[in-house]
Ligand binder design. Structure first.
Ligand code: GLA
Length: 507
């Protein structure tokens, strides 16, 4: 008898414990909102179904839309959810630690293994809120007529490298003020480009895209920029979200192009980002074509810059979608390794650049502090040899003279802007020394002799090794701003570690 009572009690306790273990049910649509202080919130939606210990569903966080692939219970009311999404051919994985506490879900995640822990509290949201938009099929491919812009590579400034999410109306105006008065405008820098984080959370009742609090009046801002003799650029995505999680142009392409035209926008950077959750990489051309058509229809000259990190051999179809430039790489960082890897890898793409359509190895980091002046001269020389867009990425309000001299070296800019539009090729390499040649209008050539090693080196190279039949008539050093003696056999001189000697020949 005694034993039976004990057994019953044990059974009862077990039931209680196990029912407690299974009582916590994550089923539902959960939302957390981080106030970005610009009138927008970064919302994360966890749309989850729980059956016993199995949890399925999706997590939508800015431009990322993960399927829950695994759920590991870490205590009766806490789980580790593993989310996965495809980014082109690559799988992107993330883990979310979630803990149910009353009617709140405590959520912790890291953007990547080195990033700080991001903690938030999610609340129950109505079913369907934040649901990921349905796929909109893409048009058949056709050739978008050229807009006639960018006969030479675009030049200007872009907010991302220095300001990222901190860009606002005042910063943009002060960059324009600086550009118009510090010699940059005269040197050819014309576009003032606002990158990501200018958009509001939602569109108006008619679906018109709105700026957030940081940009109170886009039309007024464009008028101001134009009054300085400069042009204004903006940023969006073919996906529902931009890389920073802001509103993209998905399903609103024509409407957005019209809005930008009405504001007076002159340049669009169009960044794949959230589109990867909807389209496959091999659908990029059609997605970019859609905006190319929309920009033409908007009836204002808007330079069209594609940003999809050089996937899908974009250089082969960039001009067909109306693109004036296309990124050929992932994001640049302000380090020698990042800049030199990107820049010196561009050789195979030379034949795809030309007037109206340019390879874009990303924006300049000159003046941002992560490289030496010698390295920044290499950056400027290499980008100019590559006929790359020259978009300064530093704070223009107080530029030290040596940095300004690099950015505004008119002889180097003349190489970048040479109307022939031929991108340089690597013609000679010996260990970490290499020479690149670019044909210029009128039979002249630019020769860049780079020393990629960290140590100063003497470089000696024959004219023949540079593909020249005879010594050039004259030779000008574009950083020293003076003609140098032409030696019969070839070039011989000291090139500083990570540095360059940039020369211009005449026939
Ligand atoms: C991507 C682009 C960058 C920048 C950011 C903004 O990473 O490649 O150049 O535009 O998005 O979120």
């Amino acid at each position: 008898m005694q034993e039976a009572v004990i057994k019953k009690r044990v059974l009862f306790t077990l039931l209680l414990v196990s029912s407690a273990a299974f009582a916590a049910d994550l089923t539902g649509n959960w939302v957390s909102a981080q106030d970005l202080k610009d009138g927008t919130f970064r919302r994360t939606y966890l749309d989850l179904r729980q059956v016993g210990q199995t949890i399925t569903g999706h997590i939508r966080a800015g431009a990322f839309y993960y399927e829950v692939k695994a759920a590991q219970s870490t205590s009766p009311d806490a789980w580790t959810l593993t989310g996965s999404m495809m980014d082109g051919a690559n799988e992107r994985k993330v883990t979310y630690e979630v803990k149910l506490s009353g009617d709140e879900l405590h959520v912790a995640t890291r953007r990547n293994s080195n990033a700080p822990l991001n903690e938030s509290i999610a609340h129950r949201a109505p079913a369907g809120e934040g649901a990921y938009p349905k796929r909109i099929d893409l048009p058949a491919l056709h050739k978008v007529p050229s807009n006639g812009l960018a006969k030479t590579p675009p030049m200007g400034w872009n907010s991302w490298n220095k300001f990222a999410g901190r860009v606002d109306d005042a910063a943009v105006r002060s960059m324009a003020d600086a550009m118009a008065s510090n010699g940059m405008k005269e040197a050819g820098y014309i576009y003032v480009n606002i990158d990501d984080t200018w958009q509001a959370d939602s569109r108006d009742a008619q679906g018109v895209l709105q700026p957030n609090k940081k940009f109170p009046d886009m039309k007024a801002l464009a008028d101001y920029i134009h009054s300085k003799g400069l042009k204004l650029g903006i940023y969006s995505s073919p996906g529902p979200n931009t890389c920073a999680g802001y509103e993209g142009s998905y399903g609103h392409e024509e409407q957005d192009a019209k809005t930008w035209a009405a504001w007076g926008i002159d340049y669009l950077k169009y960044d794949w980002c959230g589109a990867r959750n909807i389209y496959k990489d091999d659908e990029m051309q059609a997605a970019y074509q859609k905006m190319g058509d929309a920009l033409l229809k908007a009836d204002r000259p808007i330079l069209y810059s594609l940003c999809q990190y050089g996937r899908q051999d974009v250089w082969k179809w960039g001009p067909d979608v109306g693109g004036n430039a296309w990124r050929t790489t992932g994001d640049i960082r302000d380090t020698w390794d990042s800049m030199s890897k990107i820049g010196f890898d561009q050789d195979p793409l030379a034949s795809w650049a030309g007037p109206g359509h340019w390879n874009d190895p990303d924006m300049l980091e000159i003046g941002n502090g992560g490289m030496t002046e010698t390295e920044y001269r290499t950056h400027m020389s290499l980008w100019s040899m590559l006929a790359s867009p020259l978009l300064a990425g530093n704070d223009l309000r107080a530029v030290p003279k040596p940095i300004m001299d690099i950015l505004t070296n008119s002889e180097v800019i003349a190489i970048d802007q040479d109307p022939l539009g031929h991108q340089a090729r690597r013609i000679w390499k010996s260990g970490e020394q290499e020479a690149w040649i670019r044909d210029l209008t009128g039979g002249a050539q630019a020769i860049a002799i780079f020393n990629r090693s960290a140590k100063d080196s003497n470089v000696t190279v024959d004219w023949a090794a540079l593909g020249m039949k005879k010594a050039p008539k004259t030779l000008r050093d574009l950083w020293l701003h003076r003609d140098i003696p032409v030696v019969k056999d070839g070039f011989s001189g000291n090139v500083p570690g990570h540095g360059v000697v940039l020369l211009r020949t005449s026939k």
